[in-house]
Ligand binder design. Structure first.
Ligand code: NDP
Length: 332
């Protein structure tokens, strides 16, 4: 079958496209320009025969994906603003996230071959931590932020998290209201690390979640480490979950939380210190005594049970991420 992967040029988009290709699917990627779409396959020439693309300049424009879906059997909708550096809450985050998702879903009316749609949501759609700290994170919970609240919020991450929650709500609302013939599933990863193998032009262009690790390793946080996300998951596990979600019957109409574990930044620092001695001078001091005090309570057993995902350990994730970043650093 052919899988439409929206946002193929991104971090999770790249890994997910490769996971589908490795599983034997053909992939049709969407990117904002021809140069980006062709640049992607130039990185992975072994898959040239299994790759096509569609240029979607503005995912929020009405009918944006109506042409792109043609010839596809499955959709993985991944494209969405994945940062919180917005200047305009609606134009930069909320509208592309929500309308981009609605446009993908309405486009399925133009391609009766579609059997499955998987949407990359987020832990952010499950909890708004500033409102409900300490709450048990499970698939039945929802970030309660409304569009009206997000529109005027001055807390940038709150707006990002709302964009994910509202986009995922739009996904399930579409299924409820339009009763499509395809089945939907959503993947809700927490802060995702792992090798940044997407096409990059500089380390400054690293995606937000991996940039934290490079900031830590390159000395930016030597004197003071910002709290950072308290939970982690490896991008390769996130990618595989997308593939399994469209292959398994049990995943129809299901939502999956992906959290491998909780951590404090010192645990990242400690792995970097032990495995990359040349970076030691950049690193802040390590105090692992607080490592088990995390009050982040989660239950991510569903994705392990139903999709057979075995989470990559923290140390493997950090080492593999750093090895890729150091190779990139030599290259740039
Ligand atoms: P990236 O920034 O690497 O990828 C984002 C992708 O979406 C890129 O391909 C980007 O295209 C595309 N995109 C963003 N905004 C637009 C827009 N307005 N119009 C068209 N394309 C757009 O980040 P990630 O790979 O981390 O994020 C991918 C998805 O995963 C997002 O939906 C994100 O919310 C979700 N997610 C990420 C987590 C993480 O920790 N990384 C955790 C949970 C969910 P371009 O390259 O041209 O900008």
């Amino acid at each position: 079958g052919v899988v439409l992967v929206t946002g193929i040029t991104g971090f999770i988009g790249t890994h997910t496209a490769l996971a589908f290709l490795e599983a034997g699917y053909d992939v049709k990627g969407t990117a904002r320009s021809t140069a980006k779409a062709e640049g992607w396959i130039a990185h992975f020439p072994a898959y040239k025969a299994c790759y096509t693309y569609a240029v979607v300049e503005d995912i929020a424009a009405a009918g944006a994906f109506d042409e792109a879906v043609k010839g596809c059997d499955i959709i993985a909708h991944i494209a969405s603003p994945a940062h919180w550096s917005q200047s305009d809450n609606e134009a930069d985050l909320l509208i592309p996230a929500i309308n981009g998702t609605k446009n993908v879903l309405y486009a399925t009316k133009h391609e009766p071959r579609i059997t499955r749609v998987v949407f990359t949501s987020s832990l952010a759609a499950i909890i708004e931590p500033s409102r409900e700290p300490g709450k048990l994170v499970v698939e039945t919970e929802w970030n309660p932020t409304t569009y009206e609240e997000a529109k005027v919020s001055t807390n940038a991450p709150v707006v990002y998290r709302a964009s994910k929650a509202l986009a995922e709500r739009a996904f399930w609302d579409y299924i409820k209201d339009e009763k499509p013939t395809w089945a939907g599933s959503t993947i809700c990863p927490c802060a995702t690390s792992g090798p940044p193998i997407q096409p990059l032009t500089s380390l400054a262009a690293l995606n937000t979640s991996v940039a934290f690790m490079w900031d830590l390793a390159s000395g930016k946080f030597k004197d003071s480490v910002p709290p950072g996300p308290p939970v982690h998951v490896d991008v390769r596990d996130v990618a595989l979950a997308h593939v399994r979600a469209v292959e398994r019957d049990v995943a129809k109409n299901q939502r999956y939380l992906l959290v491998a574990g909780s951590h404090i930044p010192d645990e990242f620092t400690d792995v970097i210190r032990r495995h990359f001695p040349t970076l030691r001078d950049n690193l802040p001091p390590v105090d692992l005594s607080k490592a088990r005090q995390s009050n982040f309570k989660f239950d991510a057993s569903k994705v392990q049970r139903e999709l057979g995902i075995q989470f990559t350990p923290l140390a493997t994730m950090v080492v593999d991420t750093m090895n890729t970043i150091l190779l990139l650093q030599e290259h740039f």
